[in-house]
Write a protein that binds this ligand. Structure first.
Ligand code: PMP
Length: 457
């Protein structure tokens, strides 16, 4: 079997056959909006999908055509689109207070959310510092870590360590501690160097080696890096259990446990970037729980608001907070974002936490994951599929022989079969909203198989 040539041909797919209202919207969008993470020229042949509304796992265009959102709209949506309880919570808050600055002022949604997150987070984390998106949370954790060491009289501890293949966002600081060439390479001259240690990614285990044994070897490489450089290192940043944007690399909890111990030994902070994996994605509310570790900084965003509004937060330890608590203004953390702790976003987050509490989500998800693992059996047997893997509510596999345009070709074919997929290179993954039902899972697998066959020939 041979993969189709990679150069895509212009084609009017099902998704392009719009009514005139949709066609006008697309033209206006291409003229007025610079879309994220996109080579805009590709829209000469790749459909831009006009979305009129969403409900549950489905997105609908203006002609009533539907798409199953198998990636939770970039991993943010947990309980489906247009959830009545989150809708109601935002509407109620809208009548009270839409926004107020969080410097010098406070409001009930921010306080309640900070209290509840502190109670839910592993260990004793709190002092919630709010921002608006994931990258900002990463910037905050990096700056706070460095600033802590500076306030402690150790300004030389100003470097960072990251795992190969990691992703932490697009702003310059976050990009500096990332390791995905596609996003990073172009901007290299603008970035600060960062130590990169081997990823515990289970796919990298030697033939016959267990995932745990490989993770321990990767941890040994971290140990030798920290041993040599710890005096110049402020923090190690990790995506716990699944390195998502780098290609859904999954690894066992033992690596995190070992990393925590090494960070303690060498006086290096551990930053857990749970922006993508937090809020139940890996099977526990926070991925760190599976390793029994408490990071020094916990970064949260995406699912925090159930996928409704931009909000992020960094939680840290009492001792770190105390290092900033001083008479001198500049010993404080003078970082800010205009929309920090926006009341509408905080209220959406509180409604999301209510849903976790009231609907026994983590337990129900375990059954859903079991069903999905059965439903995906034909995919695992597909002759082009490699490394089929699953952690919690994330599934991923590689497609052998995928060409450079594979992500866009599969995207297009899947759209024609009512499915929203966005492969990362040769990696196809599912991160569906938790409200997905068994028949929708079966639909997802069937559409994927048909799309794969259409692309692979
Ligand atoms: N960290 C991780 C692990 C992420 O997956 C992402 C986004 N995909 C970010 C940080 C950046 O978040 P945002 O896109 O909200 O800036």
């Amino acid at each position: 079997m041979k993969i189709k040539p990679s150069a895509p041909t212009p084609r009017k797919s099902a998704a392009l056959a719009f009514g005139s209202e949709a066609e006008r919207l697309l033209r206006r969008s291409l003229a007025a909006v610079w879309h994220p993470c996109t080579q805009m020229k590709y829209h000469e042949w790749l459909p831009l999908v006009p979305v009129a509304r969403g409900k549950g796992v489905w997105l609908y265009d203006f002609d009533g055509r539907r798409y199953l959102d198998a990636i939770s709209s970039w991993w943010v949506n947990l309980f489906g689109h247009s959830h009545p309880r989150i809708n109601a919570a935002i509407a109620e808050q809208l009548e009270q207070l839409e926004h107020v600055l969080l410097a010098g002022f406070t409001h009930p949604p921010a306080v309640e959310l900070a209290e509840r997150l502190s109670a839910l987070a592993p260990g004793r984390l709190g002092h919630c510092f709010f921002a608006s998106d994931g990258s900002s949370a990463v910037e905050i954790a990096l700056k706070m870590s460095f600033h802590y060491w500076k306030n402690m009289g150790l300004p030389a501890k100003n470097g960072f360590v990251t795992l190969a293949g990691s992703y932490h966002g697009e702003t310059l600081g976050a990009l500096s501690v990332g390791d995905v060439a596609l996003y990073k390479e172009t901007y290299e001259p603008l970035l600060r160097p960062c130590g990169v240690v081997p990823s515990p990614d289970s796919r990298l285990a030697a033939p016959g080696e267990s995932a745990e044994a490989w993770a321990l070897r990767a941890a040994a490489a971290l140990e030798s890096h920290l041993e040599r450089h710890h005096q110049a290192i402020a923090a190690l940043i990790v995506e716990p259990l699944v390195q998502c944007a780098g290609g859904m690399a999954m690894y066992p909890p033992v690596y995190l446990a070992r990393a925590r111990a090494l960070c303690d030994r060498y006086r290096v902070h551990l930053i857990a970037d749970e922006i993508a994996v937090g809020f139940g994605r890996t099977g526990t509310l926070f991925a760190c729980e599976q390793a029994g570790v408490t990071p020094d900084f916990l970064c949260l965003s995406k699912g925090l608001t159930g996928g409704y509004l931009p909000l992020s937060v960094v939680l840290t330890r009492e001792e770190i907070y105390q290092a900033f608590y001083a008479d001198e203004l500049q010993a404080g953390f003078l970082h800010s974002h205009s929309y920090s702790g926006n009341p509408l976003a905080c209220r959406a987050a509180l409604a999301t936490l209510d849903l976790f509490q009231q609907e026994n989500v983590l337990v129900v998800n375990r059954d859903k994951a079991r069903f999905m693992n059965e439903a995906t059996a034909p995919l695992k047997r597909h002759p082009r599929v490699r490394n089929f893997r699953n952690t919690g509510m994330i599934w991923a596999f590689e497609v052998e022989g995928a060409g450079p345009h594979f992500p866009r070709e599969l995207f297009r074919e899947a759209l024609g079969r009512e499915l929203l997929l966005r492969p990362l290179g040769a990696t196809v993954y599912y991160m569906p909203p938790y409200v997905i039902e068994p028949e929708e899972m079966a639909f997802l697998v069937k559409s994927t198989l048909e799309s794969l066959d259409a692309v692979c020939g």
